[in-house]
Design a protein around this ligand. Structure first.
Ligand code: IPE
Ligand code: IPE
Ligand code: MG
Length: 237
């Protein structure tokens, strides 16, 4: 079995899962966050080197204030737990997205998380929070244009590789496998540049109920596909 080097997940369906149990949406988010801890360890044990998860999109601010507030409280808690988990499990955590819209204490916690784990050599764990692919590309273009305006770069020097280096995922290989839970068949503004040749796997299972057996199923399916253009890339490529 070939284990994909980089798996990206759109962890969806927390709300519907909770509703199916007669519980409020936030219960689904709490259980979803707990499940993320479990799947992170499972992924590393299976041999996955990079795991990138979508926690909050640039569009998710449009949800009700109550839900956004509850999610932010949960992220605060999750970030603190993650600092410990990263230390115990040797995980290197990176944040994708624009943290500037988050509360200052959450930004500080996230910086602490990435700084304290940056020398770790285990699972490379990326959390996308206030992330949107279009926003990421626009932020990259802004910095790139500034470098051109400052005379550091000529437009003719811009290549795909150079542009990739301006994205939040600079230095991270493209995902080999994308998983979206809970039945929706769309990208919801996730990693649009990076997923150009990624294999997609959709499952009806909602995120809080997603287990390592479900992850295996996705990897088995991935193995049955014939990949085009490159397959697994190394970090240096
Ligand atoms: C995914 O679950 C978690 C976040 C987007 C924060 P949802 O909250 O989207 O749950 P559903 O899709 O409404 O069931
Ligand atoms: C995508 O899920 C964002 C995250 C998982 C964080 P959504 O549930 O927000 O996506 P849409 O709104 O159904 O496209
Ligand atoms: Mg959803």
């Amino acid at each position: 079995m070939v284990i994909p080097q980089h798996v990206a997940i759109i962890l969806d369906g927390n709300g519907r899962w909770a509703k199916s149990k007669g519980m409020p949406r936030n219960y689904g988010h709490v259980k979803g966050a707990q499940n993320l801890e479990v799947i992170c360890e499972d992924a590393w044990k299976m041999g996955i080197k990079y795991l990138t998860v979508y926690l909050f999109s640039t569009e998710n601010w449009k949800r009700s204030k109550d839900e956004v507030d509850a999610l932010m409280r949960l992220f605060r808690q999750y970030t603190k737990t993650c600092i410990r988990t990263a230390r115990d499990n040797n995980m290197k955590v990176r944040v994708l997205g624009d943290p500037s819209a988050l509360a200052q204490d959450l930004q500080d916690s996230l910086r602490n998380l990435t700084e304290s784990s940056k020398e770790n050599t285990g699972l490379n764990f990326q959390i996308a929070i206030n992330y949107g692919s279009r926003d990421e590309i626009v932020r990259a273009v802004r910095r790139l244009s500034q470098d051109c305006a400052d005379g550091k770069l000529e437009p003719a020097q811009i290549t795909e590789e150079l542009f990739s280096g301006y994205l939040d995922t600079a230095q991270i290989p493209d995902p080999d496998l994308l998983i979206r839970t809970s039945g929706e068949l769309r990208l919801s503004n996730y990693l649009m540049w990076q997923l150009a040749y990624t294999e997609f796997y959709f499952t009806e299972v909602p995120w809080p109920a997603f287990t390592k057996e479900d992850l295996w199923k996705a990897i088995e399916k991935y193995n049955s596909r014939e990949r085009r253009y490159g397959g697994v890339k190394t970090e240096s490529q």
